[in-house]
Design a protein around this ligand. Structure first.
Ligand SMILES: [Fe+2]
Length: 184
């Protein structure tokens, strides 16, 4: 279950309906997906894509996505820091950022055109769709682990376009979910 944190207002949303409606006001879709049949988080990519084929196909039709893949990021992924640095600065894309989390956690910060910056912490079972053009940045949580299905309208559009606003520097890239509260 995703959590939303609005630092300037010192508000954290933990209720599914509240999270969904808050994100919807910013054009961000949030859903919980369950597989058609049980599938292990470490199953081959093809098996994961098959288990979620219904949800993926529905979303493809809604959003014009043409491809789906599975990305794996682990603490020992080569050049992990270089990869993460590309996305931890405020940027936008020419296409939607669509992620369904299989395993691990991640933290999206969203900088809306109107209203304060907020963070979405995602975990397994969460689908988020951030519309093209939305200013945002992304960090992993302390376990530096995420496995996710990605959907693309056009993979050539998958380039971060940096705002260089520096806004991202004002926010701690720290996950705030229950399992992280005691880690100091
Ligand atoms: Fe992005």
């Amino acid at each position: 279950m995703a959590l939303v944190n609005i630092p300037v207002e010192q508000i954290t949303l933990r209720d599914r309906a509240a999270v969904t409606s808050f994100l919807a006001t910013h054009g961000i879709d949030y859903e919980r997906w369950t597989p058609a049949h049980p599938v292990a988080a470490d199953a081959p990519a093809d098996a994961l894509l098959a288990a979620y084929a219904h949800e993926i196909d529905t979303l493809k039709q809604r959003g014009g996505y043409v491809t789906a893949d599975v990305i794996d990021v682990k603490p020992d992924t080569p050049n992990l820091d270089v990869m993460l640095a590309k996305f931890s600065r405020e940027h936008w894309h020419d296409e939607d950022e669509v992620r369904f989390i299989i395993e691990g956690r991640g933290l999206f910060h969203i900088h809306p055109a109107a209203g304060p910056v907020f963070a979405i912490e995602v975990e397994a079972g969460d689908l988020v769709r951030v519309p093209r053009g939305t200013h945002h940045w992304f960090d992993l949580c302390v376990d530096r682990r995420i496995r996710a299905i990605r959907l693309f309208q056009d993979t050539s559009g998958w380039t971060p376009r940096y705002t260089d606003s520096g806004v991202d520097k004002g926010f701690e890239p720290v996950c705030f979910g229950p399992s992280y509260l005691t880690r100091g």
